[in-house]
Design a protein around this ligand. Structure first.
Ligand code: NAP
Length: 228
């Protein structure tokens, strides 16, 4: 099934990587930005890479959110709450919001290997508290490096999908598996996002120890098909 996916903060590394992979897979993608012109430039850059303009456009964040029922959030934690508050009136009822945010201390001048305490438990739970009724939140992609997404090779990683709503989990799982190499793993309730978000800080620490940039996660022993 083809979806239309709005990526809020889609001009950053993580958003552009997801946009590239989904547009290449034939999904329709709207890159969102605080600046519509910047969003259109990002979309043009991806269109040039995939060789077609059919699947990708740019818009300001509010317009992007208003025009679809699947929204992916790729902004630094420092802007997370303020932006969600601003976008609240733009969400359609029934929208699925996929939050990729990691509350890294680096977003407020701290270390990338540490996370901030979030009152609700995780960035994803903060999002769930801030969206209007009728919008379901899933947490995913927090452990997938933008460096891997912004390329051509299959992405060698599992993606833990946490959600309280089964439709949100199912749609997120479908979108994960549109990206070659990625495999979705059911991570249970949205509250488990607090663990997944913390794991990113650990991954960044491992990257630093081994002087690499692209560590990914794989779970063994699961009754799941191997990724394409
Ligand atoms: N980078 C990675 O490898 C990676 C991996 C996994 C998860 N993540 C998570 O994905 C999210 C995005 O990461 P990123 O590296 O792509 O971040 P980024 O490049 O720093 O920011 C992404 C976009 O967010 C928008 N933005 C920045 N500050 C904002 C603010 N205060 N309010 C509203 N919008 C703001 C900007 O878009 P406009 O200026 O166009 O509005 C920017 O291009 C983060 O939460 C990160 O933890 C990243």
């Amino acid at each position: 099934m083809q979806h239309t996916i709005a990526i809020v903060g889609g001009t950053g590394a993580e958003g552009m990587g997801l946009a590239l992979r989904w547009a290449r897979a034939g999904e329709s993608v709207i890159i969102g930005s605080r600046d519509a012109q910047k969003a259109r430039e990002g979309a043009a850059q991806i269109a040039a890479l995939i060789g077609t303009t059919g699947h990708i456009e740019g818009a300001d964040n509010a317009e992007a959110v208003a025009n679809t029922s699947i929204v992916v959030l790729t902004v630094p934690f420092s802007g997370h709450a303020t932006l969600l508050k601003k976008l609240r009136p733009s969400f359609q009822t029934g929208t699925i919001l996929i939050d990729t945010t990691v509350p890294l201390a680096a977003t407020v001048g701290g270390l990338p290997t540490r996370t901030l305490g979030v009152w609700q438990g995780s960035a994803a739970q903060q999002a769930a508290e801030m969206v209007p009724e009728g919008v379901s939140v899933a947490a995913a992609f927090q452990n997938v490096s933008a460096g891997l997404l912004n390329g051509d090779a299959p992405v060698d990683s599992d993606v833990i999908v946490c959600a309280d709503d089964e439709k949100a989990r199912q749609v997120t799982t479908e979108l994960v598996e549109k990206i070659p190499g990625l495999r979705a793993v059911n991570g249970g309730r949205l509250e488990n996002a607090r663990i997944v978000e913390q794991m990113t800080a650990l991954i960044l620490s491992i990257n630093s120890k081994y002087k690499v940039h692209r560590t990914g996660l794989r779970f063994t022993g699961l009754p799941l098909p191997n990724p394409r």
